[in-house]
Design a protein around this ligand. Sequence first.
Ligand SMILES: NC(=O)c1ccc[n+]([C@@H]2O[C@H](COP(=O)([O-])OP(=O)(O)OC[C@H]3O[C@@H](n4cnc5c(N)ncnc54)[C@H](O)[C@@H]3O)[C@@H](O)[C@H]2O)c1
Ligand SMILES: [Zn+2]
Length: 544
Amino acid sequence: MMGAMARTLWLVGMMGAGKSAVGSRLAARLGRAFVDTDALVESVAGKSIAAIFADEGEASFRSLERAAIERVAGRPAIVALGGGAIAQPGMAERLRASGKVVYLRASPETLLARIGDAERRPLLAGLAAAARLSRVRELLQTREPDYARATCVVDADDGDVDAVTDRILEALGEARGEEGRAMRTVQVPLGERSYAIRIGVDTLDQAGAAIAACTEARRAVVVTVPEVGRRYGARLERSLRAAGIKSRRLVVADGERSKSLRVLAKLYEDLLDFDADRGTVVIALGGGVVGDLAGFLAATFLRGVPFVQVPTTMLAMADASVGGKVAVDLARGKNLVGAFHQPRLVWMDLATLRSLPRRQRANGLVEVIKHGVIRDVALFERFERDIERVLDLEPGPTLDVLERSCQIKAEVVAQDEREEGLRMILNFGHTLAHAIETLLGYRKLLHGEAVGIGMVFAARRSEAMGLAPAGVADRIEALLERAGLPTEPPDLPRRAYLDALRVDKKRKDGHVRFIAVRELGKAEIVRLSPAEILPRGALGTGRR
Ligand SMILES: NC(=O)c1ccc[n+]([C@@H]2O[C@H](COP(=O)([O-])OP(=O)(O)OC[C@H]3O[C@@H](n4cnc5c(N)ncnc54)[C@H](O)[C@@H]3O)[C@@H](O)[C@H]2O)c1
Ligand SMILES: [Zn+2]
């Protein structure tokens, strides 16, 4: 992937264009070093840029800057240059000869708003606010001809570091070409209930047309939570309108508590108010909570209406939106009232994950890693190579792993839609996870985090029972740690865990169907009693 960019990538532009933030992100994505020449100059000179300007004048600063540039020229690093560097005589040629130059362009207003404490910027110090704007305008005007000699110009006005980074990679042809970002399709083959999962980047605008094509619906309700609706609702609704579908947004409160009969009752009323009929499509826009709730709504309203999933969390993309299980909770337990109701379409736009906090991204990835452990060693090894890039949502690797993950889940679901046999291997890691969730009352740990702990535990138990070769658990643990995920069971007495295992709802005749790993990529169901799952010492030494 790096062939075309074997040498230095120079970022030029005005102060406030975002060169440092974008440069660091770019460096992280490409696995390269990041250098800021201003910082280099300051460390060489032992004083701030402002002090160099004040004590020795601009000429002295420029010669230090030139020396710093010479130190890195030709090295495979991402280098952010000071705003005036490229305007120096001969500099544009020097930069282009040693690599590629990207100009981050932003308007004077944006630049000034981002500069903040202007007193630290020598070229603005001592000016009144109004004078600063004209000074920035003036500087931009003089420098623009030099900036324009960059290899490419990238718009940086929106200040979205990830989006700007994507644009740069695209402009440089480094984004694995069009093909790497092209939409992926995974078919879930369930006879007349078959449907497609479409996975892409920045595809929300096309969702409406796709929904129209697979439902014949003229009306839609979009079920979502406030934050997700605010960010992505309008784009989805605009695309529905463009496809001739009239829609209404139904917003429920954020969090698991919305997966309740009370909220459901309200949604039925909302559907009636909207004159919904059997052709009205229910669209879930959000995480697993919205998906389960809206899915159960769709399964039951008028004995079932068309349903579409637009998942916006990693967990919902990796797991909850595929497979047709929908449910609400009762006070006495999660998912106690539910149905199987397959969607007509699952529309995944990875761009929506950019606003998802990193902890939530890692949380959802656990189920993807799980798919690798139980079914596909190549997927697991892909994570061993690229997990950081996936956490950064780099399009190529993220599309690859989600596509593979969906294929695996689709395959397993297609063979066992109602969870009578094979589908149970998807519960790998979940036996202990459910016990942990019961004991912690679903607080503190997110579902995926608990599953990660359960996976390491299940792999260790598999090794101890002689089912799996040594080393499997260590590899799973190392991978989870790289994603910042916990791997140790919460410190509670063994007795408490045993009690929690005994109430596992998947238990039959005193036994729990424990999912063991045989080797990476292969899992198997074994019937064990709680005491066999959790013999003394299984939680680690020192645990009773
Ligand atoms: N049906 C199934 O097969 C299945 C499988 C696994 C989990 N689930 C269910 O899924 C639920 C958990 O799903 P979840 O982890 O997605 O939780 P969630 O839906 O509560 O989402 C997690 C948080 O992320 C926020 N969020 C969602 N999208 C965002 C975005 N793009 N940017 C920023 N914030 C965003 C949400 O508002 C929420 O605060 C549980 O109820 C679980 O039972 C169902
Ligand atoms: Zn799960």
